[in-house]
Ligand binder design. Structure first.
Ligand SMILES: Cc1cc2nc3c(=O)[nH]c(=O)nc-3n(C[C@H](O)[C@H](O)[C@H](O)COP(=O)(O)OP(=O)(O)OC[C@H]3O[C@@H](n4cnc5c(N)ncnc54)[C@H](O)[C@@H]3O)c2cc1C
Length: 304
C-alpha cells in the first residue's frame, strides 16, 4: 500500500483531483478520534467520483465515503485505503418554486438556511443537526418529529457498477435512521428536496426554537458523534442508561455525558477503544437491567 499510495496520488493528480496522503481522520470527525488514512480525496464532480472509485476497484483498494464525519467512530489504527470526501460537492440551487437541488457535500444547516432565505418550510427539524446532506440521506437523519424521508423527493447516486441512477419513493427504503444506501454501495451525488412555501418569520421562529432545545439538552461543548444508540422500541436509550446509574461513567477519555446519557463525549484524548469499551459496557449493563439491547447508531470505521 505504501508504494501504491504514490501511484494513486499520481493518477488522481492527472485528473486534477485534490488529495492528501497519510491524513489523520481525527481532524475530520466530530468525535476528534481516528488514525490516519492512506489517501483522502476531494472530488468536485461525478466524473471525479467515478474515476476514484474505478481506481480503487481496479487496484483492490478499500475505500469509504466521508461526509462531515459527525456519525463516525474511526479506529485509532486508521483506514488502510482511500477516503473519498464529499466536501467539494457543494452546489445548491432552487429548481422550482418549492424545490431545491443540492449536492451531497452541502452542510445540512446551510441547506436549512437556504430554504429559509427562499421562504421554504419543511427542514426546520434539521437545523442544527451536524453533517452533510449525503450523510443525512444515508442515515435518514431526524429530530423533533421530522426526518429526511419527509422532504426528499429523489436522490441521484453513482452505483457500484459506475451507473448514475435516480431513486425516489419506496426505492429509498427510508425507515428510522435507515435508507437503501446502508444496504447497497453507492455514492450519493445530489438530492432534490420538496418543501412548502411559508412565512419566513414563522420558519425562523421554529428553527430558533429547535436549536435552543438542542443547545439546552446536548453536550455541544465536547466532541461527540451525537446519540450513540438508536432509539429502542417504546423506550429512550438515554433513560435506560441513566436508570442503570451509568450517567457520567468513564473509560479512559470517553464518558457517558453528564448532560445527555445518550451521548458519549470525548473529554480529551479518548481512543476508539475507550469509546468501544464504554459502548460494550453500556450494552451489557442495560440488557441485564432492562432486557433491552441497545443497537449503535454510529458507524464504526476500521480496516478489515
Ligand atoms: C452533536 C451532534 C448532534 C447530532 N444530532 C443528531 C440528530 O438530532 N439527529 C440525527 O439523525 N443525527 C444526529 N447526529 C448524527 C449525525 O449528525 C447525522 O447522522 C448526520 O446525518 C451524519 O452526516 P455526516 O455528513 O456527518 O455523515 P458521516 O458521519 O460522514 O457518515 C455517516 C455515514 O454516511 C455515509 N455517507 C456520507 N456521505 C455519503 C455520500 N455522499 N454517499 C454515500 N454515503 C455517504 C458514510 O459513509 C457513513 O457510513 C448528531 C451528531 C452530533 C455530533
Amino acid at each position: 500500500m505504501v508504494s501504491e499510495c504514490g501511484y494513486i496520488k499520481d493518477l488522481l493528480s492527472q485528473k486534477d483531483i485534490l488529495c492528501v496522503e497519510n491524513e489523520s481522520l481525527k481532524k475530520h470527525t466530530s468525535f476528534k478520534i481516528g488514525g490516519k488514512c492512506k489517501i483522502l480525496a476531494y472530488p468536485k464532480n461525478s466524473e471525479q467520483v467515478f474515476y476514484i472509485l474505478n481506481i480503487c476497484k481496479n487496484n483492490g483498494i478499500p475505500y469509504f465515503i466521508l461526509g462531515k464525519g459527525s456519525n463516525l467512530l474511526v479506529s485509532d489504527s486508521g483506514f488502510e485505503g482511500v477516503v473519498i470526501s464529499s466536501k467539494n460537492l457543494n452546489n445548491i440551487k432552487l429548481i422550482s418554486d418549492n424545490e431545491i437541488y443540492c449536492e451531497s457535500g452541502v452542510n445540512l444547516s446551510k441547506l436549512c438556511s437556504f430554504a429559509l432565505e427562499n421562504s421554504l418550510s419543511g427542514l426546520e427539524f434539521a437545523f442544527g443537526i451536524p453533517g452533510s446532506v449525503g450523510g443525512a440521506v444515508f442515515m435518514n437523519a431526524g429530530a423533533y418529529g421530522g426526518e429526511m424521508k419527509d422532504v426528499v423527493k429523489n436522490v441521484t447516486h453513482l452505483d457500484n457498477m459506475g451507473n448514475i441512477q435516480k431513486f425516489r419513493g419506496r426505492d429509498l427504503k427510508f425507515s428510522y435512521r435507515h435508507s437503501v444506501y446502508q444496504e447497497q454501495e453507492s455514492f450519493i451525488l445530489g438530492v432534490v428536496l420538496k418543501l412548502s412555501k411559508a412565512e419566513k418569520s414563522k420558519i425562523k421562529l421554529k428553527m430558533d426554537e429547535l436549536l435552543g432545545k438542542r443547545k439546552a439538552k446536548q453536550p455541544l461543548e465536547f466532541p461527540s458523534a451525537g446519540s450513540v444508540f438508536k432509539r429502542p422500541k417504546n423506550a429512550y436509550a438515554a433513560e435506560l442508561i441513566e436508570k442503570c446509574g451509568l450517567k457520567g461513567e468513564k473509560i479512559g477519555g470517553a464518558q457517558v455525558s453528564e448532560k445527555h446519557s445518550g451521548f458519549i463525549v470525548n473529554l480529551g484524548g479518548a481512543t476508539s477503544d475507550d469509546v468501544n469499551n464504554l459502548i460494550k459496557k453500556i450494552q451489557k449493563v442495560v440488557v441485564k437491567n432492562s432486557g433491552v439491547f441497545l443497537e449503535p447508531e454510529i458507524k464504526y470505521i476500521k480496516s478489515k
